[in-house]
Design a binder for this molecule. Structure first.
Ligand SMILES: *Cc1c(COP(=O)(O)O)cnc(C)c1O
Length: 366
């Protein structure tokens, strides 16, 4: 069986180094907000070419805390509208709601699955204060256009990079919004994954960073003195230490993903399968390789019979979820089409060349 994502195999090479780190943390006897976290925050900020990194409990909290941080700074207010792609993992939308803000959903482009910037302007009202750009499946959203719309309308930019570690930092310098805030998840299956939950925020905004360091820790900078109504969302020492070991190989791992993606794009030749569009050579880290097909049940069954495991990201659009009843009557045909047709093929740094060849061969015979 070719598994969709073999996490055991991904983490195996680190076993000895993990054991050593476990011993270090045990010897130190310090488990929260210590040297390991500070070291990782410094390393990840450097990797992302940002001034600050704030380690938090998970990717969802990273998003929520960015919004809460801006509320604390007076840059957002409860009830403000936030532009967000309709086609995303629901966490992006739930984070906006969790911060008492209002998500305004925008259709994606069918070709890239990412938000269609041409549809943003018409949804902007006097209450619109931010755009949450999601770099879905590892591919950067069209940030030049998003940046332009944001600056014309005086909007904040927040980025959900939970699926795109390394995609931003490979861009040319100065092509990016200096003051945006970016949320990362280190959920085990992400391109940089912990052995449990984890997340981080990166930013170049010193005021926001200062508030975030406090908000994640009960709104407290000095122990038992609370400046804000904060939360408990800290990246713990062990996870930070493990992540630091894996960070060293992130670019190599992303390159391996791109090599597989290139092969899939060049060698899968089947009219029944629509391949994803990769428009720039550097901005995609292929967290997922997502194809479309009109009879997904059939294709998934066929692949499964050939011992190839696939996953659907995602079967139900956020606006069609029971949890978002108020959104259920909205109509997003492109988003719905994507949710009906997508299937994710195996892609990961540990997938072998012959496994990739086998997937291609089986798909071409379908
Ligand atoms: C994984 C993910 C999140 C949430 O991250 P967690 O660490 O699971 O909380 C948010 N947004 C997107 C797009 C994701 O894929």
């Amino acid at each position: 069986m070719i598994s969709f994502l073999d996490l055991k195999k991904i983490n195996e090479p680190y076993e000895a180094a993990f054991q050593e780190k476990l011993k270090t943390v045990l010897d130190n006897g310090w488990y929260i907000l210590g040297n390991e976290l500070a070291t990782f925050e410094k390393a990840f900020a450097k990797y992302c070419k940002t001034d600050y990194c704030i380690g938090v409990g998970n990717g969802f909290d990273a998003l929520v805390l960015i919004f809460k941080g801006y509320i604390q700074l007076g840059k957002l207010q409860k009830g403000d509208e936030v532009i967000v792609p309709a086609n995303t993992y629901i966490a992006s939308i739930l984070a906006i709601l969790q911060a008492d803000l209002i998500p305004v959903l925008i259709e994606p482009r069918l070709e890239t699955y990412n938000i269609n910037p041409d549809l943003i302007q018409e949804k902007i009202t006097i209450k619109t204060k931010a755009i949450l750009a999601v770099h879905l499946y590892g591919q950067l959203a069209e940030m030049d256009k998003i940046k332009e719309i944001a600056s014309q309308n005086n909007l904040l930019i927040v980025e959900d990079a939970a699926q795109s570690h390394g995609a931003i930092s490979t861009l040319k310098p100065n092509t990016y919004t200096l003051k945006s805030a970016v949320a990362y998840s280190f959920y085990p299956g992400k391109n940089l994954g912990a052995l449990g939950d984890g997340g981080a925020i990166t930013t170049n905004d010193p005021e926001l960073a200062k508030v975030l360091f406090s908000l994640r820790n009960y709104g407290s900078e000095k122990k038992y003195y609370n400046d804000y109504i904060g939360v408990n969302s800290r990246l713990d020492e062990l996870q930070a230490a493990f992540l630091n070991l894996k960070l060293a190989n992130l670019n190599i791992d992303n390159d391996k993903r791109r090599v597989i993606a290139k092969r899939y794009l060049a060698e899968i030749k089947n009219d029944k399968i629509v391949l994803p569009v990769w428009d720039f050579s550097t901005n995609h880290v292929f967290h997922l390789f997502v194809v479309r097909t009109s009879n997904r049940v059939d294709l998934q069954e066929y692949l499964s019979q050939n011992n190839i495991q696939t996953v659907i990201h995602y079967p139900v659009a956020p606006h069609k979820q029971k949890a978002l009843l108020d959104f259920n009557n909205l109509f997003f045909p492109v988003t719905e089409k994507i949710h009906n047709e997508v299937l994710s093929l195996p892609i990961s740094p540990v997938l072998t060349e012959s496994e990739v060849s086998f997937v291609i061969e089986v798909l071409n015979k379908y």
